[in-house]
Design a protein around this ligand. Structure first.
Ligand code: ZN
Ligand code: ZN
Length: 99
């Protein structure tokens, strides 16, 4: 179940320059996992005016899926998103927080 507002948009990663094809859910770069702070309270709502870079701080492996913890470099806003299937597994694994 995804509480997500779908909106297709392509973007160029500001961290590594990767051209990311948006599938409507994409909110971060699959190559380096950095994202952009565009969402407000609901993931996908694109309600934030911040546009700062979101740093992937760590990932958690939950019920067979990766979840990525982000913090915005600019305003410090923190949130978590589920990883996409095309996300770089090696980076996801490297960032995994062992509890
Ligand atoms: Zn990137
Ligand atoms: Zn921000």
């Amino acid at each position: 179940m995804k509480n997500f507002i779908r909106k297709k948009e392509d973007f160029v990663c500001q961290k590594c320059g990767e051209k990311v094809e948006g599938d409507g859910y994409t909110d971060h770069c699959p190559k380096c996992l950095w994202g952009k702070h565009v969402d407000g309270k609901i993931p996908g709502d694109r309600a934030s005016e911040c546009r700062g870079l979101m740093e992937p701080l760590g990932t958690e492996y939950v019920r067979g899926e990766f979840r990525i913890n982000y913090r915005c470099e600019k305003c410090g806003h923190e949130f978590r998103v589920w990883a996409d299937e095309d996300d770089d597994r090696e980076i996801l694994l490297k960032l995994t927080i062992v509890r």
